[in-house]
Design a protein around this ligand. Structure first.
Ligand code: ZN
Length: 82
């Protein structure tokens, strides 16, 4: 159903807005509003993930943030050799 998809997208966008407006990073450190992560987490990310986090909301930001979280949690999220 189309309406479900739209609701889903709106839901994800709202949580992104909330995330970006907040001043606490997922790790508990202070972060600047409009940034997805605190600087410490940001600098731990590889360049390609940082680039993806510059993507606009609803246009890749959500999946980029997810990938960044996975990377920060697991060290090397997209490296199957790890
Ligand atoms: Zn952080």
């Amino acid at each position: 159903m189309l309406s479900n998809e739209a609701d889903d997208a709106r839901e994800r966008m709202l949580s992104s807005i909330k995330l970006l407006r907040g001043t606490t990073c997922r790790c508990g450190n202070m972060k600047r509003p409009k940034m997805a992560l605190c600087l410490e987490c940001w600098y731990r990310l590889p360049g390609r993930l940082r680039c993806r986090l510059y993507g606009r909301m609803g246009n890749g930001f959500e999946s980029a943030y997810e990938a960044a979280c996975q990377y920060l949690d697991g060290g090397k999220a997209d490296d199957p050799q790890h």
